[in-house]
Design a protein around this ligand. Sequence first.
Ligand code: ADP
Ligand code: MG
Length: 325
Amino acid sequence: SHVARRIAAGEVVSRPLDVVRELIENALDAGATRLEIELCGGGLDLVRVRDNGAGIPADSVALAPTRHATSKLSAGEAGAALHVTSLGFRGEALWAAAQAGELHLVTRPAAQVGACEVWAQAEEVRVGRTSAPAGTTVTVRSLFARLPARLRTQATAGAETREMTALVGRYVLHHPERHWRLSVDGEARLTHAPADHRGAVATVYGPLSANRVLTVDLPAEGGAGVRGVVSRPELTRARRDRMHFAVNGRPVLAPPELERAVIAAYAELLPAGAAPLCVLDLTVAPEDHDPNIHPAKQVVALADLPGVAERVREAVARALAAHPL
Ligand code: ADP
Ligand code: MG
């Protein structure tokens, strides 16, 4: 079926960055309000995400790292695949991580006495009991150690660490109401306490940047909701890497139409070639959005892209009009 093909599509874990993204999305899906990410050796030695989310019950923990095991989409709901609102539902991420490296998972739902522990590597899965706080900690070690050809094509540890750090920053920007911590090779890189989008800009870009942004808030009434921040026109420079979009909580590579819509809202306020800093969370009806076209590539498919782009333009234009220079 097309659902099965979509589920099978794409390689889920081709680099450490993919592991970081999938583990963070699982934690968000589990409702975590506190996420701690640890990276070592460019993610090849270790990627760990600790969360305080719902946990995995003892009776299903052994299934979690098996292929197509997902608690987010049952066979009877396959036709509803396009409508799920959780970030991931392919049931392949933990499986793929265990194929590519050594997976270790400790998990406890708050109401359960005692935690479960799972080790998974290639086809081997072992389960044990332990004690742990409520939530889940997933650790992936020795990524691609069994796949020398894949290991050879990896970026340097420094380059991958930069991209993983930027990815975590994007999640912080789009989920500012949660606690976040990132450490790299044992050193704290980023700490964020719950705040609004402006606070997240301060965390990611420094405290001065927070004063450079205006609040955008267009409620989802009869169209996409658009919330976040954009930079004040007079403080906008030609930086193309600072436009961040998320659709229904998932950071995405924005289609150029959305970037153009933001720039269009500034009209003559921006010098030619300049691009604002923006963090925009878009809320669209689940049936208008297919998050899984290219799971690993963060491409987003919006049923009505021109309509959403117009909402983005309107939201930003209103924010700019409400804050005269
Ligand atoms: P998917 O997210 O597509 O369902 P994954 O392989 O990423 O597939 O995860 C498999 C299953 O393991 C999930 O459906 C979920 O039930 C469980 N799981 C994974 N990570 C977590 C987590 N951090 N907290 C709670 N449950 C988790
Ligand atoms: Mg997942």
